[in-house]
Design a protein around this ligand. Sequence first.
Ligand code: FPP
Length: 241
Amino acid sequence: MGAKDIGAAGPRHVAIIMDGNGRWAQSRGRPRLFGHHAGARRVREIVEACPANGVKYLTIFAFSTENWKRTQTEVAGLMSLFRRYIMKEMQDFVRQNVRVRFIGDRVRLDEKLRSLMDEAEELTSHCTGTNLTIALNYGGRDEVARATQRLAQDVADGRLKPEDVDEETLPKYLDTCVLPDPDLVIRTSGEARISNFLLWQSAYAEYEFIDTLWPDFTKDVFHKLVSSYGSRERRYGGVKA
Ligand code: FPP
């Protein structure tokens, strides 16, 4: 199937758990950060491949609320990579008509990174092409807890009645409130776990767990996964029509 043929049958929203950077680097006798840098280059390739694959929303897991447990060197290296990545790619996103958003708790991120995130969101706010969402200091449970705090505050202030809280209301408080739910969630590197990623939003997503390490994840692999999604049948708990 060619890229143009995927069309309406393909996933509109693809979310990716980019795993395997560390192993990729270590197998080459290089430090883990070398793998993260290679991973960042793949992000660029996959963002560029979205329009041809009919993918309108791409959400990537860049740093989880659990990743702070890594060594100080790795955490600092990743934060520096994110800063440089945003600085370097910002103009390119505008050129490619990519709208950038960030999800996750920004409070723990450093001032400089936070202001770059704000700048990238602002600068690309008029873009109408691919919607790229980068999950940074993101955890699904943390997101639900933060959403619940805001929701509880609205109840306490009389803006919301407890009996009005339902499946439509709660997602309006999530970081992803402006995004559709993901249709396809991909995890690289052979691990079959979802690691706290988009817990609420992925209730009906299809999953693909593949052995490829993230720095080896090419646009051809992406195309193959997106194409094979089109042949699956999603019933959302119902029966075949
Ligand atoms: C998981 O691989 C990857 C991460 C925790 C970081 C993801 C970051 C990137 C792909 C870098 C670029 C991202 C952006 C947005 C610029 P791992 O280190 O857990 O690999 P391992 O399981 O082999 O150790």
